[in-house]
Structure formats: structure tokens, C-alpha cells
Design a binder for this molecule. Structure first.
Ligand SMILES: Nc1ncnc2c1ncn2[C@@H]1O[C@H](COP(=O)(O)OP(=O)(O)OP(=O)(O)O)[C@@H](O)[C@H]1O
Length: 974
């Protein structure tokens, strides 16, 4: 005994000297070195390791003290962090237990323990606690004991680090004044977020503290506004692109893990939700610059019969206890101070009932699981237990430039807690009216949903926002351009009640009515409706911006011609722009033919054709004619928007196949009139007077789309345009019978047979190829040039022609003319014929390598046949069996809009629209046009509703601010 006393006093002396010495600070570091013998030797611990005398606990306290670990004491003192010696002398301190619990120190001969894995000692602690407690410890959803959290002063969240052994483990929090931390969520003190538990208190805080802060400006604050965030983390978030709180909160989960209540079998890596009791909570210093928090939760799970055939253990009464080790790591010597660690450990109280969710990792000891990625919610009320025991979605975040998902999850949760209630710029009646969550709830719902339904609702809100601000911006910009109140009302009315905006035929210009009469057919109902809408627009004092849509061959061209007649009839000019020369010539000839039929018109409109191939002399004459006003209508390609072309009084610009042009190109027509306001004055003098006075008005734009675009897509692309649909086809049209055939030898034989049959009956056949010439890279593709030889050989007695984009204009014209007048019966072509080619008696189309084309594109190609009264067929030759099923959809439907929807779903908007047009499609980070279209419609209505109340948004300052803060809208295609 005396020997031990001497040894102890020597040790105390050592310690005393060391406290003020540099070695003291180095000691923990040294202890971490291999086998930690230095520390052992220093204190001569080996000599005491195997002894069991009352003095040893004291010794351990001293060591603990020196090494800044308060909790190096066994059982009784384990959780209360008292440094007193166990009162019960029988309760012996076992050194090996201390070693297990404290694996960074090797004491005596105790075996090394896996770093940070205190599983063994925690099971001891659990049994100790269980023995100590007179009450039974029920951990399932019927848990009766709920310990109130009385003293919570620590930060709400401590980001966990992905890998302890990883050198990238980083420091976590800034210690502010003294050792106290300034947490964001000081009231709740829970480690993680829980809307139900924390929401109210943080709401209270938000309202009280932040009512003066405008929502937007709050979201635009730097992430540094999340208090308690270290400078280093701020920098890290900044480097990851999270410059503002808003950006951080918009880092949405990539998916949600389906959290299940655990059954007897728990897999490694499974996401599970548990309700249990806190056994211990410790802040542990592991080295001079590394510490961690370990909360051990004990859960009772139902031990049902498992799939593997395991039977229920009678002794446990169908229950099984498991232990969860929740760990968060801290790097940086600031986080190793005893007060910090003590307070860290105090975050959770022994016996506290908590709900833990996250990913489990199995540990070496049976029934022990580690969780480094978790949420923990303290259950304040027993009634909460069933609520938490339910399955819940657990957000899984994508990492971003060095910021781990776990880190982001925790920081985001803290960011949400900081949000004020009034953060939403959209007025409440709008969100209520459209069944949307308020913004703060939406952030909560997407980041910490209680159910998938809640996450869905939250997602809906963010999708709505994406669409809403786009629509609002477009409409707002349009209104801003208008000068007077009447103009603005006029425009809004157009959107609010599109069905009311139609001009009666009696109000049409005389020329228009005569042109209509001269048509060789009567217009269909929707053609009439479309032209009435357009003429109504033409009479308005604001420039029309309308998109005319319709299925292939529905007769859009004639509607556009009528619109041109209307402005010409009132003394103005019209321009008709098409994407290809072929189409320009076709329209020009078509129009001349129709004008020829017109009777009783003294001065028929003069029409010119202007393309890139027009000779310079002729171009100059046409330009002069347009400038003087002699030419009333010009049909042409892009050359129409060249700066050299000036109009006397351009009143309408028709843009056919508008998706082939950028918005900027379309918009160039707008400048035509402004540049020529003086000459338009002269033109106005010759007009019938109805339009005088609006000299500086930009021309009306009528855009036509040959490819039917689903309405939602059209709204997204052209939200600022009025939409007109032609919904029916001219009478007598017989739907084209479509076949999809596999392109093997047998298949081709069948195709050739059908072609021969068609030709023998006097029909004309298009053969469409994906490429002009065969290439080594894609030998499987059939090519038009190579096909000419073999097809001519196969169909001797019939003439074959070739048409593709690389041919000269004259050659193309010639080929098409010969096909039209019947000199050629088989036209081998590329997809150059897809757009607008109109040969009414062409009765068959064969598309080679049909899988290379999109559904909408094939429908468009198919539209080149069946344009007359003749029964027509379309054969889609597929290279593979797998592609046949996709092509079958064309066999079953001839409705272009339906097929466009299918294509949208199958390929997404980018592919449906093609590269050029999809380049104009705004980006929607979470919304998907193909499936979320109905929300877009809502957003459009909501934007109109807002602007109807306040067209300059003055009544909605928060909204106006939000709009201005969002990416400023540039002209699409710029
Ligand atoms: N109401 C009608 N009755 C009968 N034929 C019509 C009618 N309207 C147009 N047509 C004819 O239908 C054919 C297709 O018309 P048009 O070229 O205008 O269609 P489109 O909608 O422009 O088609 P695409 O987009 O395929 O070019 C033309 O030959 C045209 O003369």
C-alpha cells in the first residue's frame, strides 16, 4: 500500500510539473503514437495495470485530466462527468474497460480496440443502465418515458465527416466568445432537423427576429449568415458554389431513401428509422486536434420471424435490443478543449427518447451499428412516438465540389431554421389558390419531409416557381414595352379571354374577303377560327405575337396568306419568311395561282420572291419595290431580314417553320418598321385610313410551327406568344396507313413489292434516307446516292430522281418539279423534304433506317403523303427488332399532337425540338416539361392573375424584387 502511495505521489508530482510544461500539450499527441507506450512509461502505468485497488480510479482521473478526457471514469461517473471516485468501493474500475472505452490509450496489457468503436463497453453500459433503472426500458413506439430537455445551449448540428481515417476530415465549428458556441438553433439544441419538433420554435424565432427582413434579401445573404459556421466552412461552401443561402437551400436532394422501421434483419448500408433511448452522449478527444461526439442509442426492435427462417426468441418476448452509435467528427485543436467536449456530450441526456434515422453500418459486435449519416430528433411528447415510428423519406444529397452530402444536409437544415416566415415573395392567395406550399414550408418539405407526399408537394412548389417566374418575366417584359394603359389592358384581355378575341368576317378587309372567295375549297372550322383571331389581332394597336400550330397538312399556309391579304388590303406590306428556298418557291407559286383565280380586283397585290439565289439585279429591283411600297408581299428566305432590305410599311411578318429561326432572327422584323417610320407615313397616306397614326409600331408577327409542339412546351418556349391551334384537317383526307417493317432481306422484298404495287396503280413514291452518302463510320445506314443506282435497277420502267440538301438550287427545283408533274415516279431524298413539300398526289413513303428519326419527325415526313384524296401508305423500315416497338406508335396514331406528347415523354424536349430550337428552351433545374406540364399551365395563369392586378408589379414589391434577382431574361437565342 505504501508503495502505491509513493508511486501516486510521484505521479502527482509529475503531473503538476507537466501542467505548465510544453510536454503537457504534446502528451496526447505522443499517446497516439504506435502502441502509446510513451504515455504508459511516463506514468509507469504498466505497474498499475493489473492491480485492483481503490487508488486506481483516482489515477485514472488524473490521467483523464491530463489528457483532457473527463469521461475516463467507469460506469457510475461515465455520464455525469463527475471526477469523484466511485462511492461504492466494490464497484471496481477495470483498466481494460477503460482502454476499450478509450481506445487511443493503451493501458497495461489490455488488447487494442478498434478506434472509435466503443461497442463492447456500450453494451455493458446499457446493461448497467438497465439494471440500475427500476423501470423497464421500452424502446418501441409505445415508449412511455420522455425526458424533457432542460438545458440546451449547444449548436443544433454538427456535420459528420465521411471518413475518420481520411485526412480530409475537417474542423467543424467556430468557437465564439470564450468556449460558448453561437448556434443557429439555440432553442432546440437538437442535433438535426425535424420540422415537427423544431419547426415551431424556429418559426417563433424567425418571426420575432426577422419580420423586418425581406424574404428575398434574406435568401441572398451569404451563407455566413448561418451563425456558428466556421470561416473555413464558409469558404468551402463558397468554393462549392453556395454563395448565398438561397443557392444552398436550392441544393435539393437527389432522391429519398425509403426509411423503414427495422425488422430483425438489418443490412449494412440500409437506411432505417429508429425510436430509442439515449444511453450515453460523449464528446471525446481522440488526439490533440481531433475529437468526436458519440451518442449511443438503444433501440428495441420487433423480432419477427425473418425471411431466412429465423424464429422468434422466446426469452426476449419477440423483442431485440440493438445499439446505435451515432458519430460526428471534429478536427481542429479548438474542438478538443474539455469544456467544448463536455458541452458537446451534454447535447443529449441519458434516457432521452429520440428518433434516429439514417444509414447504418454494421459493427464488429453483434447488434451494434454505427451511424455517421443520420438525423436525430428528440421526442418531447409520448404522442409523437407513433408519428416518428412511421416510415419516412430520408434525403440523399448529391455532393458538390468537395462538400459531402452529409455536411450539406446538416448545413442546409440549419439554413432552413434561419429562414423567416415571410420569405415567400408570392402572395398567399396565389399559393393558396393553386394548392401550393408556402416557400418556407416547401424548403422544409423538400429537405426534411415527413412523408413522400410532403416531399412531392414541396417539389411541386419549386417547379411552379421555375415556370411562374419565367411566365411572369415574359409577360411583364411584354407589358413594359407598351406605353398606354389601354394597350396594356388590351394585351392582358387577349390572354385572359382568348376565345372572345375574334373578328367577324364582315369586318375583314375587302381584299381578304375576295381572296377567300377565290379559294378552290372552303376553309375548315378551325381555319376560320384561326383567321378570325389573327385579324382581330391585326386590328389592335399593339403588335401581334402569335404562334399558329396545326398538324401536318392542316392548311396553315392559306391562313397565313389571308392574314397577309388583310394588311395589304389596308395599305401595308407583308413579308413571308420560310427556312428553305424550296419552300419559298412552292409558296410563291401557290400564291400566284390563288391570286390568279381572284376576280373583281383591279389592283392585285404584287408579289415578289427573294432568296439567296435571286440574281443581284433582281434583288436590287425587289428591294427598291419594297422600299417604295410597289411590292406588297415578299416571300423569301432569311435574306428578307438582311439590313439591305427596307420596307415602306411592313405590317406583318409571317415566319413559317419558325423553329428553324432563332428568336433574334424573328425579332429582326421588329426593327424593320422603326427604321422606316418616315416611309411608312407615306404608305399610311395611301391606306384606307383605319391604321393611320401608328407609324412607329413594330410589325405583327405570325409564327407557324409545322411540328406540332405540346402546349406545355409551346408555353415554355413561347410563353409570351398567343397560341392558335388548327385542330382539324381538310375534309376528305384519308389517314395514311402506316407499317413498320424490319429491314432484313425478307422485309425489303416485302417493301419492294408494295412499292411496285403502288407504282403500277399510278402512284408516286418518296424514298427517304438518313444520309446522302454511305460512310465507313456508319455502314449500317442506307444512303440516298447509293440507293439511286440499285432502285433504278430494281424498278426499271419507272423514273427515279434524287433530292438532297447538297444539290444546287436549280437541281433541287428541277427534281421536285419533275416529281410533281409526274416525270419522276420515285424520288429518293433525304429529310430535306420533311418541311413543307406539298405534292398532293404523292401516295407512298418509305423511310429507311426509320429508328434514326424521332416520332414527331417521322410524323412530319409522313405528312408529305396523304395530302390529296388518294389513299396513301407509309412504310417505316427499322434496322433492329427492338426499334420496331417504338415505331408501332405511328401505326396506331395519326394525331400529331398526341405523337409529339409521346416523343416528349420518350426523348425529352431537347430531342423533340432539335438542337436549334431546344437551345432556346429555358433550363428548369427540377421541373420536367414532359411530365409537369399542368404546373406550367397553372404558372401561366398565376402570372396573368398577378399582372392583371398590378401590371407593373408595384403592388407586389417582393415579387418584383425576386423577378429582378432571378437571372435576367435575355432575348432567347441571343
Ligand atoms: N380547307 C381546305 N380544304 C381542302 N384543302 C385544303 C384546305 N386547306 C388547305 N388545303 C390544301 O391542303 C394542302 C396542305 O396545306 P398547307 O400546305 O397549307 O398545309 P400546312 O399546314 O402548311 O402543312 P405542312 O405543315 O405539312 O406544310 C395544300 O395542298 C392546300 O391547298
Amino acid at each position: 500500500m505504501a508503495k502505491y502511495q509513493i508511486q501516486t505521489s510521484r505521479l502527482a508530482h509529475h503531473l503538476f510539473c507537466l501542467r505548465s510544461h510544453y510536454v503537457l500539450s504534446m502528451l496526447p499527441k505522443l499517446c497516439l503514437r504506435t502502441k502509446h507506450e510513451f504515455a504508459g512509461n511516463l506514468f509507469e502505468l504498466g505497474k498499475y495495470a493489473t492491480t485492483s485497488i481503490p487508488i486506481r480510479p483516482k489515477l485514472l482521473i488524473k490521467i483523464s485530466d491530463v489528457m483532457a478526457h473527463d469521461d475516463c471514469i467507469e460506469n457510475g461517473q461515465y455520464n455525469n462527468q463527475s471526477n469523484s471516485i466511485p462511492s461504492d468501493p466494490d464497484e471496481d474500475c477495470d483498466v481494460s474497460k477503460a482502454c476499450k472505452k478509450f481506445p487511443s490509450i493503451k493501458l497495461g496489457s489490455s488488447p487494442p480496440v478498434e478506434l472509435f468503436d466503443g461497442s463492447a463497453c456500450h453494451s455493458d453500459i446499457a446493461s448497467f443502465l438497465a439494471a440500475k433503472s427500476s423501470k423497464n426500458f421500452y424502446l418501441n413506439s409505445t415508449c412511455e418515458e420522455c425526458v424533457q430537455d432542460e438545458d440546451r445551449t449547444l449548436p443544433s448540428l454538427y456535420p459528420a465527416l465521411p471518413d475518420v481515417g481520411n485526412s480530409s476530415v475537417s474542423e467543424e465549428y467556430t468557437l465564439t466568445t470564450g468556449s460558448s458556441l453561437l448556434p443557429m438553433n439555440i432553442e432546440t439544441g437538437t442535433i438535426s432537423s425535424n420540422p415537427a419538433v423544431e419547426g415551431d420554435s424556429s418559426k417563433k424565432k424567425s418571426t420575432s427576429e426577422n419580420t423586418a427582413v425581406s424574404g428575398r434579401s434574406f435568401l441572398d445573404q451569404s451563407v455566413g449568415c448561418i451563425s456558428g459556421l466556421s470561416k473555413r466552412h464558409q469558404r468551402q461552401l463558397d468554393d462549392s458554389g453556395f454563395h448565398t443561402l438561397g443557392k444552398l437551400l436550392h441544393h435539393f436532394p437527389r432522391t429519398y431513401a425509403d426509411l423503414r422501421n427495422p425488422q430483425v434483419h438489418i443490412d449494412d448500408g440500409q437506411y432505417i428509422i429508429f425510436v430509442g433511448k439515449v444511453l450515453s452522449s460523449r464528446g471525446i478527444r481522440a488526439s490533440y486536434s481531433f475529437s468526436f461526439l458519440e451518442v449511443v442509442v438503444c433501440c428495441e426492435i420487433a423480432e419477427r420471424e425473418s425471411n431466412s427462417g429465423c424464429t422468434v426468441d422466446d426469452n426476449t418476448g419477440g423483442k431485440k435490443i440493438i445499439y446505435l452509435h451515432l458519430k460526428k467528427f471534429f478536427r481542429g485543436n479548438r474542438f478538443t478543449f474539455t469544456p467544448f467536449l463536455r458541452r458537446l456530450g451534454e447535447k443529449h441526456k441519458e434516457g432521452e427518447v429520440v428518433c434516429v434515422s439514417g444509414k447504418v453500418r454494421t459493427m464488429q459486435s453483434e447488434d451494434h451499428y454505427e451511424m455517421r449519416e443520420y438525423n436525430i430528433d428528440v421526442l418531447q411528447d409520448e404522442k409523437d412516438v407513433p408519428l416518428y415510428a412511421k416510415e419516412r423519406p430520408y434525403p440523399i444529397y448529391p455532393s458538390k465540389r468537395g462538400s459531402s452530402p452529409t455536411f450539406l444536409r446538416d448545413i442546409i437544415a440549419r439554413g432552413i431554421d434561419a429562414l423567416p416566415i415571410n420569405v415567400d415573395p408570392i402572395p398567399e392567395d396565389i399559393t393558396q389558390g393553386f394548392g401550393l406550399l408556402r416557400l418556407r414550408d416547401a424548403y422544409n418539405g423538400i429537405h426534411r419531409p415527413k412523408s413522400i407526399k410532403e416531399a412531392d408537394l414541396a417539389r411541386k412548389r419549386f417547379m411552379f416557381d421555375e415556370f411562374f417566374y419565367l411566365q411572369l418575366a415574359r409577360l411583364f417584359q411584354m407589358l413594359e414595352r407598351l406605353g398606354t394603359r389601354i394597350e396594356k389592358d388590351c394585351l392582358l384581355d387577349k390572354y385572359r379571354q382568348p376565345h372572345l378575341n375574334a373578328a367577324y368576317m364582315k369586318d375583314w378587309a375587302c381584299l381578304t374577303q375576295k381572296f377567300l372567295k377565290a379559294l378552290p375549297y372552303s376553309l375548315t372550322v378551325s381555319q376560320m377560327k384561326a383567321i378570325a383571331e389573327i385579324i382581330w389581332d391585326l386590328k389592335r394597336p399593339i403588335p401581334m405575337n402569335r404562334l399558329l400550330q396545326g398538324d401536318v397538312g392542316c392548311g396553315k399556309t392559306v391562313v397565313a396568306f389571308l392574314a397577309c391579304m388583310e394588311v395589304i388590303g389596308t395599305g401595308y406590306q407583308a413579308a413571308f419568311m420560310v427556312p428553305t428556298e424550296l419552300l419559298a418557291i412552292q409558296h410563291y407559286e401557290h400564291l400566284l395561282g390563288l391570286l390568279e383565280n381572284m376576280e373583281g380586283v383591279e389592283n392585285k397585290p404584287s408579289v415578289a420572291l427573294l432568296t439567296g439565289s435571286t440574281s443581284s439585279k433582281q434583288s436590287r429591283m425587289i428591294r427598291e419595290g419594297l422600299q417604295s411600297g410597289e411590292i406588297s408581299l415578299v416571300i423569301g428566305t432569311q435574306s428578307l431580314i438582311s439590313e439591305k432590305v427596307e420596307f415602306s410599311a411592313l405590317r406583318i411578318a409571317v415566319v413559317d417553320e419558325q423553329h428553324r429561326f432563332g428568336v433574334v432572327q424573328r425579332g429582326k422584323f421588329g426593327s424593320k418598321l422603326f427604321n422606316n417610320s418616315i416611309s411608312s407615313k407615306i404608305a399610311a397616306e395611301h391606306s384606307d385610313g383605319t391604321s393611320s397614326g401608328d407609324f412607329s409600331m413594330a410589325p405583327h408577327v405570325l409564327a407557324m410551327s409545322a411540328t406540332p409542339i405540346p402546349r406545355t412546351l409551346a408555353l415554355a418556349l413561347y410563353g409570351e406568344m398567343s397560341l392558335t391551334h388548327i385542330t382539324d384537317l381538310p375534309p376528305g383526307r384519308v389517314p395514311v396507313k402506316t407499317y413498320s417493317i424490319l429491314g432484313n432481306d425478307e422485309g425489303f422484298e416485302k417493301v419492294y413489292e408494295m412499292m411496285l404495287d403502288e407504282l403500277d396503280k399510278g402512284g408516286k413514291v418518296y424514298l427517304v434516307y438518313p444520309v446522302i452518302e454511305q460512310s465507313d463510320q456508319l455502314p449500317q445506314l442506307h444512303a440516298a446516292s447509293e440507293g439511286l443506282q440499285s432502285i433504278s435497277y430494281r424498278f426499271q420502267g419507272y423514273n427515279c430522281g434524287l433530292l438532297h440538301g447538297k444539290m444546287k438550287k436549280d437541281e433541287k427545283e428541277e427534281a421536285l418539279r419533275r416529281f410533281r408533274n409526274g416525270d419522276i415516279q420515285i424520288l429518293l431524298s433525304t429529310q430535306v423534304i420533311e418541311v413543307g413539300v406539298d405534292v398532293p398526289d404523292a401516295s407512298m413513303m418509305v423511310v429507311m433506317n426509320a429508328e434514326r428519326f424521332g416520332i414527331a419527325q417521322l410524323h412530319q415526313l409522313r405528312g408529305r403523303v396523304g395530302r390529296g384524296m388518294k389513299k396513301s401508305r407509309c412504310i417505316l423500315v427499322a434496322s433492329t427488332t427492338s426499334s420496331l416497338s417504338r415505331l408501332k406508335v405511328l401505326e396506331n396514331s395519326s394525331d400529331g399532337f398526341h405523337l409529339a406528347e409521346v416523343d416528349l415523354l420518350l426523348r425529352g424536349p431537347g430531342d423533340l425540338l432539335g438542337r436549334k430550337q431546344s437551345g432556346h428552351l429555358p433550363e428548369f433545374p427540377i421541373a420536367r416539361l414532359e411530365v409537369d406540364g399542368n404546373i406550367l399551365e397553372d404558372a401561366h395563369l398565376a402570372a396573368l392573375k398577378i399582372l392583371s392586378i398590378s401590371d407593373d408589379l408595384e403592388q407586389f414589391p417582393a415579387l418584383k424584387m425576386e423577378l429582378s434577382m432571378r437571372q435576367p431574361l435575355c432575348l432567347l437565342g441571343d
